[in-house]
Ligand binder design. Structure first.
Ligand code: 13P
Length: 253
């Protein structure tokens, strides 16, 4: 049994107005009150971060953002810097999500810069990696993931990465209803832990939380979380409804 504290994180993507976000946060706060064995995080849109932060201030729910820029400030129209996220109440930031890689030109290099900037501002990066369906079918899953992780964490030293969380999100499982089987998730997570162990040492790799993401829902969360190297979930669709998301948080009961 590992002593890694599970993290159940909700990525709200581009959903909810301010009112809807605050209502959902309020409902969730009540539904997960008293939960200490699992850490809970929600990542609303930029425009609702401060409101949601105020709503969850007196709860153990942590706030995360879905992206950021790597520069601390400057002429970068439409971008948000790490310190601005801290200022809005964030503790986490999701970086390198496949939707950002696919639709917004995110690369391993930009993710690397963002992870560095997040760490420097005291944010915990949730570093997302994942293979496409074609890559899996071509037998390239491990080589794709290894490249993403090695480039994403290139030139980091161990002390920079104490707050890092890795999220394995197979692209073919995101929003498709197709979940990786518990065996597929475990196989990849164990591989990633071994890879991180080679890069930064076995002690670090044993402490590091690796989340699974991709069509996680109440009907499959328990079996995924029972896998020895699955330390939590990064949840899209099923995080939008507080009742459903709270069922994920309460996966042990
Ligand atoms: P779904 O849970 O909707 O498949 O999304 C997963 C995801 O992308 C979380 O970041």
């Amino acid at each position: 049994m590992s002593n890694r504290r599970p993290l159940i994180a909700g990525n709200w993507k581009m959903h909810k107005t301010g009112k809807e976000a605050v209502e959902a946060a309020k409902a969730l706060k009540a539904l997960v009150a008293g939960v200490t064995s699992v850490e809970v995080m929600i990542a609303p849109t930029f425009t609702t971060l401060a409101q949601v932060s105020a709503e969850i201030a007196t709860s153990p729910i942590a706030l995360g953002a879905q992206n950021m820029h790597w520069e601390p400030k400057g002429a970068f129209t439409g971008e948000i810097a790490a310190d601005m996220l801290v200022d809005a109440g964030c503790r986490y930031v999701i970086l390198g999500h496949s939707e950002r890689r696919q639709f917004f030109g995110e690369t391993d290099q930009t993710v690397n810069k963002k992870i560095r900037a997040a760490v420097q501002s005291g944010l915990s990066p949730v570093f997302c990696i994942g293979e496409s369906e074609a890559e899996r079918e071509a037998g390239q899953t491990f080589s794709v993931l290894d490249k993403q992780i090695r480039k994403g964490l290139e030139s980091f030293v161990l002390q920079d990465l104490q707050a890092l969380v890795v999220a394995y999100e197979p692209v073919w499982a995101i929003g498709t209803g197709k979940t990786a089987t518990k065996e597929q998730a475990q196989e990849v997570h164990a591989h990633l832990r071994a890879e991180l162990g080679q890069m930064f040492g076995a002690d670090f790799a044993q402490r590091m939380r690796i989340l699974y993401g991709g069509s996680v829902k109440p009907s499959n969360v328990k079996e995924l979380m029972a896998m020895p190297d699955v330390d939590g979930a990064l949840v899209g669709g099923a995080s939008l409804d507080p009742e459903t998301f709270s069922q994920l948080v309460h996966y042990q009961s």
